[in-house]
Design a protein around this ligand. Structure first.
Ligand SMILES: C[S@@+](CC[C@H](N)C(=O)[O-])C[C@H]1O[C@@H](n2cnc3c(N)ncnc32)[C@H](O)[C@@H]1O
Length: 231
């Protein structure tokens, strides 16, 4: 059981297709070493803030819901001077990421194989200087919109963990998700910086599996950037 969100509702998938033997090996051999200690409820029932000394004062970034991990590994390889935490409860995605980490030999990645809200509980104030939210689950039905990441229940704990001036990047292919993002993110303590469209992603962007699927199915990407306000 990799998902630690015992006391929260998590509506996404945690398990998918049967894992290949190599993926089981990655999980057995690499996952514990790469997982941040003290995030799960079991390992830290009093929810003490994480000691980030292990990162030696380097800038700390976070990718929420990394899927297959291609963007996360790309960022880690592009910015070796930065430490990046990846968070994802879907075991098949975690196994894919571990394979990619072995291949790319990046050493500046840590994981939380579970719900990002568990991480928000224990990250110290203002410790993150960049956060990626690439193609969060769209939850298209109106009655499910409150499950979206861009709601105050998720955004306020995230904002607490981000330093003043830190960048939040959101990519989505759903126009109504753009609407909700532009409405909700500023309310949580962020300034809107820019919105761009197809072919105008961030300079260091690497297209994700989900984005490729959206493009194949005729949906257009939207890239939104925000900055954490001071205070
Ligand atoms: C639509 S997929 C996109 C995956 C990847 N970012 C991409 O662009 O290919 C959304 C991902 O967010 C993850 N996710 C959903 N809720 C989450 C949560 N509370 N904490 C961490 N990840 C979450 C899901 O498991 C899923 O892999």
């Amino acid at each position: 059981m990799y998902n630690s969100a015992e006391r929260r509702n998590f509506y996404g998938r945690v398990h998918g297709k049967t894992l290949r033997a190599s993926q089981k090996t990655y999980l057995d051999e690499d996952l514990a070493r790469l997982s941040l200690p003290g995030v799960t409820l079991d390992s830290n029932p009093v929810r003490a803030p994480l000691d980030l000394a292990r990162f030696h004062g380097k800038p700390l970034w976070l990718e929420i819901g990394f899927g297959g991990g291609e963007h996360l590994v790309h960022m880690a390889a592009t910015y070796p001077q930065v430490e990046i935490i990846g968070c994802e409860p879907f075991v098949n995605g975690i196994a894919m990421l571990l394979g990619k980490i072995r291949q790319a030999k990046v050493a500046n990645l840590s994981l939380h194989p579970g719900d990002v809200r568990d991480l928000f509980d224990v990250l110290p104030d203002g410790c993150l200087s960049k956060v990626f939210l690439n193609y969060p689950d769209p939850w298209p039905k109106a009655r499910h919109h409150r499950r979206r990441f861009v709601t105050q229940d998720y955004l306020r704990p995230l904002a607490r963990c981000m330093a003043p001036g830190a960048e939040l990047r959101v990519a989505t292919d759903i126009p109504d998700y753009v609407r909700q993002t532009l409405e909700e993110v500023p309310q949580a303590g962020f300034d809107f910086v820019q919105q761009t469209g197809p072919g105008e992603a961030w300079e260091d962007w690497l297209s994700t599996r989900y984005e490729q699927k959206a493009l194949r199915e005729g949906r257009q990407p939207h890239y939104l950037t925000f900055q954490r306000r001071a205070g």
